[in-house]
Design a binder for this molecule. Structure first.
Ligand SMILES: Cc1cc2nc3c(=O)[nH]c(=O)nc-3n(C[C@H](O)[C@H](O)[C@H](O)COP(=O)(O)O)c2cc1C
Length: 341
């Protein structure tokens, strides 16, 4: 019996749940073709940043006086951004080129933190042919006067203004740091989001003690990073049975994919493993998923999906405090500690 690997994400019908996450690899046509040859279900393009759009807009309109601060910030930010991805027009060109190079769905990505004029440009991403849009909200609340409610309203307003601009599906890539993730998730869906990508990976500064400079280094995830998305996908699937949920952070192996599907993910997104093993890893992951299902006589991904989510009483505790207590109680101190006494 051949297992049916198909899944749905925000109304997109996909042959299986393995999607290339937003990263510079999907900004290269050659890589997109290799991903397609390896059978990837969909691709998310690298993000276009709010600052890039505002930068282009200000350059075009000589708008500097009224937005002096934002402009100055954008200018200091830009030398590096040019390396990453060079502005709105190039981004639109890349969407068009990607759409003609591959036949998999192409999800564009906008990365921002503030509701504002820049969201209008989402319409252009749609017109360029994007099949869906992922909004990465990278918002660091660093002001003592900014309340949790202010912050959450930002998210909701961003979603509302984007939904006014586009008719293609919209997912929101969020971080885990909310007092109530189920509540903000439900509010984002109520505001019009069609899916959530769980989780945005926050990258933290470090300090070089020789130069007293901040350093920024991106380390790739391992399967250990999967457990935070696993918990929250499991809880959200229980609370929001019909929501479209993508898991991202830590997906490196077939086992990782199976675990996230059991918790309730509709799709699993991969970036780091593409850098470690190349786009061809996608075909290995698909084959591995098929073998896993067929050896255990699962008929389909649909049958597996969410079958161990927190919506089932038997699993509820595993996603909550009881699991934490059990881990603490079962932790064994290394033998070396005892032998030195
Ligand atoms: C080099 C690199 C660049 C990335 N750029 C973006 C980006 O532009 N926008 C975005 O939303 N996520 C970006 N990400 C995050 C990935 O989309 C993904 O969510 C994250 O790496 C976790 O998945 P992984 O464990 O498979 O790497 C980037 C990741 C890497 C490794």
């Amino acid at each position: 019996m051949t297992a049916d690997l198909s899944t749905q994400y925000m109304g997109l019908q996909l042959p299986h749940p393995i999607v290339a996450a937003a990263c510079p690899l999907t900004g290269e046509l050659d890589m997109l073709r290799r991903l397609e040859d390896a059978g990837v279900a969909a691709v998310v393009l690298p993000s276009l940043f709010e600052e890039q759009i505002e930068h282009d807009e200000m350059e075009n309109h000589r708008f500097r006086e009224t937005h002096a601060n934002a402009f100055a910030e954008a200018m200091t930010f830009f030398p590096d951004m040019d390396e990453y991805n060079s502005g709105l027009d190039k981004y639109l060109d890349h969407i068009r080129a990607a759409k003609s190079a591959v036949s998999t769905p192409v999800i564009a990505s906008l990365n921002g933190s503030t509701p504002g004029g820049w969201v209008r440009y989402a319409t252009q991403l749609q017109e360029a042919g994007a099949d869906a849009l992922e909004l990465n909200v990278y918002l660091v609340a660093n002001d003592v006067h900014q309340t949790a409610d202010d912050t959450e309203r930002h998210y909701v307003e961003l979603v509302q203004s984007l939904k006014e601009a586009i008719s293609i599906p919209l997912s929101v890539k969020i971080g885990p740091y909310f007092s109530s993730l189920p509540n903000i998730s439900a509010r984002l869906f109520a505001a019009g989001a069609n899916g959530l990508a769980i989780f945005n990976r926050y990258l933290y500064p470090d300090i070089n003690l020789d130069t007293l400079e901040f350093t920024t280094e991106l380390t790739l995830t391992t399967s250990d990073d999967l457990r935070m998305p696993l918990r929250w996908i499991g809880i959200l699937r229980g609370e929001l049975p019909d929501a479209s949920l993508a898991a991202t952070s830590g997906v490196n192996t077939t086992s990782d994919i199976v675990k996230l599907l059991l918790a309730g993910a509709d799709v699993t997104m991969i970036a780091g493993v593409l850098y470690k093993k190349g786009p061809e890893v996608v075909s290995e992951l698909i084959a591995g998923l098929r073998v896993w299902l067929e050896e255990r006589e699962y008929k389909s991904v649909r049958q597996l999906k969410g079958s161990m989510c927190a919506g089932f009483t038997a699993y509820r505790a595993a996603y909550a405090r009881a699991n934490y207590m059990e881990m603490l109680v079962n932790f064994a101190a290394p033998d070396v500690l005892r032998s030195s006494q």
